[in-house]
Design a protein around this ligand. Structure first.
Ligand code: FES
Length: 157
């Protein structure tokens, strides 16, 4: 059965009382789920609905709209490589393919050891420092394949 930690429950309750409407607590609550579980499993929606008193449909609307929520499990490090125009023109797509090949994974797949998922994504809003990748919460910019691998090695893969 799905549940958040006691601290997570407390966090969601606090967020609900913090804003004028409880709907504003949906994004931080979904983030909390992702922080604790690594992704947002479908069972989190009825759980948050019960906890916040908000309809499941409202939580699902937010969850399905925003791409920053992982709707399926990811590796310990989720490497999102931007493949949009500025990054693509500066080698972003080749970078993603290089990382997939290096770690023996397909786009969006978890490595066998569970350590990494490499996903090609749309613009992450860092176009001036292309190509770039987001690793969990961290942006790493002006990449080359060698620099990307070095940074990931420093993070433990
Ligand atoms: S195009 Fe890559 S961050 Fe915008």
């Amino acid at each position: 059965m799905f549940s958040l930690s006691p601290e997570g429950v407390e966090f969601v309750k606090k967020e609900c009382s913090r804003y004028e409407t409880k709907h504003s607590a949906i994004i931080p609550s979904l983030y909390r789920v992702q922080k604790e579980k690594g992704w947002v499993p479908p069972e989190a929606v009825p759980y948050l609905s019960e906890l916040t008193g908000l309809p499941e449909s409202h939580i699902n609307e937010v969850l399905s709209f925003y791409t920053m929520f992982n709707k399926k499990p990811v590796g310990k490090l989720h490497v999102q490589v931007c493949a949009n125009i500025s990054c693509a023109m500066n080698g972003g797509r080749e970078l993603a393919e290089h990382l997939c090949k290096h770690f023996g994974v397909k786009d969006g797949e978890i490595s066998k050891d569970g350590k990494i998922t490499v996903s090609k994504v749309e613009c992450l809003g860092s176009c001036g420092t292309a190509p770039m990748m987001q690793v969990n919460d961290q942006f790493i910019e002006n990449l080359t394949p060698e620099l990307a691998l070095r940074k990931l090695k420093e993070m433990g893969v």
